[in-house]
Design a protein around this ligand. Structure first.
Ligand code: HEM
Ligand SMILES: N[C@@H](CC(=O)c1ccccc1NC=O)C(=O)O
Length: 289
């Protein structure tokens, strides 16, 4: 019997066999989709600790977030390298992608929001003291962009490999440091104490830096690349802030004002994090422009 499509009513046609047009159907000794993507490994990592229906949603939500964070870090590191080499147009493309990744993470909250407090209490106890607070990729993103709080190293002290990773990040100039070094190379008067700062320390708001960004924003045509870089950074922070806001709102909706499993006050802690500014001068200049 052939599998040629029959003319006439599709209801009576034999099911179409894509092999007739050459679809590869045999994978003995050839690399398949699942082989390339290690699908077996990924799909065997959803191990519920309870029989609760919604625990699967919770696990997959976090695992997919960690995958997107992995890509965000990949792009962030490449963007930083491109800026350091003054290849800014290349960096713009990667920074735009990072913002889209955060948009993706922001949209994902819509799925998690379908979990009610009643649903969550069916498995919350099983989580013990684990919490997103201990996500090393999240901390690495914060450190990479410039939010360097050394206190956040502590939950990783039991893992020498992760501590080394985070420490290595703290020794590198952040995305914001690289942006400012780029401005200095372009001839803008970035203060020396900024260019020679102790990279491990948290960023401290600097009036001289704000003045440099003001110069850029007062005459964008004259400083087009710096202006474009600034707006890409603001765009990224905008999406990052939305992630934090979605997180705290979802948390309040699900656990109210209960303490977090990670030991913080929960919503009170997350609200405090809403005040963190990654690139403060880029926001402040808008008031003084
Ligand atoms: C029902 C869902 C969720 C609840 C109830 C929740 C709750 C919390 C709470 C209470 C904290 C504060 C730390 C603590 O004491 O535990 C926290 C931190 C955190 N959570 Fe969630 N979370 C949820 C979903 C998520 C998701 C989907 C992610 C994505 C990866 C995530 C990532 C984080 C991160 C990165 C932190 C640290 C934030 C910071 O230090 O600024 N959480 N979460
Ligand atoms: N901190 C959350 C627990 C929690 O959300 C969580 C636990 C384990 C793995 C990821 C988590 N997500 C984000 O914090 C709570 O207090 O319920």
């Amino acid at each position: 019997m052939t599998n040629d499509p029959k003319p006439g009513c599709p209801m009576h046609a034999a099911p179409y066999n894509p092999a007739t047009e050459g679809a590869q159907m045999s994978f003995d000794g050839r690399m398949s989709y699942g082989d390339y993507l290690h699908i077996d490994q990924i799909l065997s990592a959803q191990r519920q600790l309870t029989p609760a229906h919604d625990e699967m949603l919770f696990i997959i939500q976090h695992q997919t977030s960690e995958l997107w964070m992995k890509l965000a870090l990949h792009e962030l590191n490449a963007a930083r390298q491109a800026i350091a080499a003054s290849r800014t147009p290349e960096a713009f493309k990667m920074l735009a992608r990072i913002s889209r990744i955060f948009e993706q993470l922001n949209n994902a909250w819509d799925v998690l929001r379908t979990m009610t407090p009643s649903d969550y209490t069916t498995f919350r106890e099983g989580l013990g003291q684990s919490s997103g607070f201990q996500s090393w990729q999240y901390r690495l993103i914060e450190y990479a962009v410039g939010n360097r709080n050394l206190a956040m190293l502590k939950p990783h002290a039991h893992r020498a490999d992760l501590t080394a990773l985070l420490e290595a990040e703290l020794a590198r100039p952040s995305l914001y440091d690289e942006a400012l070094r780029h401005l200095a190379r372009a001839g803008l008067p970035v203060p020396d104490d900024v260019l020679n700062r102790d990279l491990r320390q948290p960023w401290v708001v600097h009036e001289g830096v704000q003045r440099v960004w003001e110069t850029v924003y007062r005459d964008p045509a004259q400083h087009w690349q710096a202006y474009e870089l600034a707006e890409k950074l603001v765009d990224f922070e905008d999406y990052f802030r939305r992630w934090r806001f979605n997180h705290v709102t979802t948390v309040e909706r699900v656990i109210g004002l209960k303490r977090g499993t990670g030991g913080t006050g929960g919503v009170s802690y997350l609200r405090r994090m809403l005040d963190v500014e990654l690139f403060p001068e880029l926001w402040h200049l808008r008031t003084t422009l």
